[in-house]
Ligand binder design. Structure first.
Ligand code: SF4
Length: 387
């Protein structure tokens, strides 16, 4: 079985689900790294690793979805619940721009008290006030929430966000796209189709989106492969859409970003108290590179897995090191704190053996921002992956 798989990978053939399972469970780890690394250099021959200067502010932690893996949310009447006004959100984004951010990943809970106009105002004002920044806002479940409060369809919500000036959507909230897992982790979020339908509609409207997986909770390797398979199928579908709307991007998913479940302060901590370690992370990164043959970029997360593991992942198939994440509180609520400066992220990439290349949200290369032009404030909160 492994011999056939080696031949298949060497020939660049598309993997099937049983191949994906073998990659996750039985292929020797170092051999797997070498295979994924070869595939990475076949796609991206330059010895370069990209990163983005970004921030992940949150606008509300009020949420009515009750995911059992989440330490971030509060109910409306609970101590610590907050919702920022539009101007406060813009102040957070303005602060990020001062630090040199070219991307803001804005996410929050699903707060039924917020009208749809709130989201549109945040997008419109961000585009008007901060033209150098890309608004990478709202994950799939928040878009579902907007549809509910406004009485619009998902497609109508997405078209209104597009008209307000938004062009990219983050891929958070997928967890593992297998019915059993989604049902147990957050039944109100809906099954795999809920996440997939939002992204499929977004691709049809013209958005670029990212794709993620949060593994290490209750899923099996078979379910991880099911997740990769569904992502690959949706990317195939996006390739049939009008390419004129996407310039040089080969598919509507720009990148795939794995990270592991962090149990701290979550209801799931009682049954899953120990997070997955680096070996599983490297397997998931390598499996993502080998299975997702139609997704260009695989992102290593210095933040969620630690700087050293992030550096090693650059040799296991990843070609991107995520973002600087000046502000973040989702992982911080799970008592998982990690920070980096722009200078340090460049140094970490060099230390791993690559030339750092600054990029946009859409993975276009940028000239390096001189450090002296960036305000050197301490991070507000710890960082997260650039989803
Ligand atoms: S993960 Fe998102 S949707 Fe789920 S409870 Fe937390 S904030 Fe709400």
């Amino acid at each position: 079985m492994l011999e056939m798989l080696r031949t298949k990978i060497a020939a660049g053939e598309r993997l099937v689900r049983s191949d994906g399972e073998a990659v996750l469970t039985t292929m020797p780890l170092t051999e797997l790294g070498a295979m994924a690394n070869r595939e990475r250099f076949r796609r991206h021959p330059a010895r370069e690793v990209t990163y983005v200067i970004d921030s992940n502010p949150n606008y509300t932690n009020v949420c009515n979805i009750d995911c059992v893996f989440c330490a971030f949310y509060r109910h409306e009447d609970e101590p610590g619940a907050y919702t920022h006004a539009v101007d406060e959100v813009l102040e957070q984004i303005g602060w990020a721009v001062e630090q040199g951010a070219t991307t803001a990943l804005l996410q929050g809970g699903v707060n039924p008290a917020l009208p749809f106009e709130y989201y549109l105002d945040v997008v419109r004002e961000t585009v008007a006030r901060f033209p150098t920044l890309t608004p990478h806002f709202w994950s799939a479940v928040e878009i579902q929430g907007m549809a509910e409060v406004s009485g619009k369809s998902i497609r109508e919500v997405l078209e209104a966000l597009w008209d307000a000036g938004q062009r990219t959507i983050p891929g958070g909230g997928a967890e593992v796209l297998a019915s059993r897992v989604r049902k147990k982790l957050g039944i109100k979020k809906g099954g795999p189709e809920a996440w997939l339908d939002v992204h499929a509609a977004a691709h049809e409207v013209g958005f670029w989106t990212t794709a993620t997986i949060m593994y290490g909770s209750i899923e099996t390797p078979t379910e991880i492969v099911e997740h990769l398979d569904r992502m690959r199928a949706l990317q195939d579908q996006s390739l049939t859409l009008n390419e004129a709307t996407r310039a040089d991007q080969p598919g509507a998913f720009t990148a795939f970003i794995p990270w592991s479940f962090k149990p701290g302060n979550t209801p799931l901590e009682k049954i899953r108290p120990i997070p997955e370690g680096p070996a599983t992370y490297l397997r998931v990164i390598a499996a993502s590179r080998l299975y997702l043959d139609n997704v260009d970029h695989i992102q290593a997360s210095w933040f969620s897995e630690g700087k050293k593991t992030g550096q090693v992942a650059l040799h296991w198939g990843a070609d991107d090191f995520g973002g600087t994440l000046f502000e973040e509180s989702v992982h911080a609520e799970a008592e998982f704190v990690n920070t980096v400066t722009v200078a340090e992220i460049r140094e970490l990439i060099r230390e791993a053996g690559f030339a750092p290349v600054q990029r946009t949200t859409l993975y276009e290369h940028l000239p390096e921002t001189p450090l002296e032009t960036i305000a050197q404030h301490a991070p507000r909160r710890a960082g997260h992956g650039a989803f």
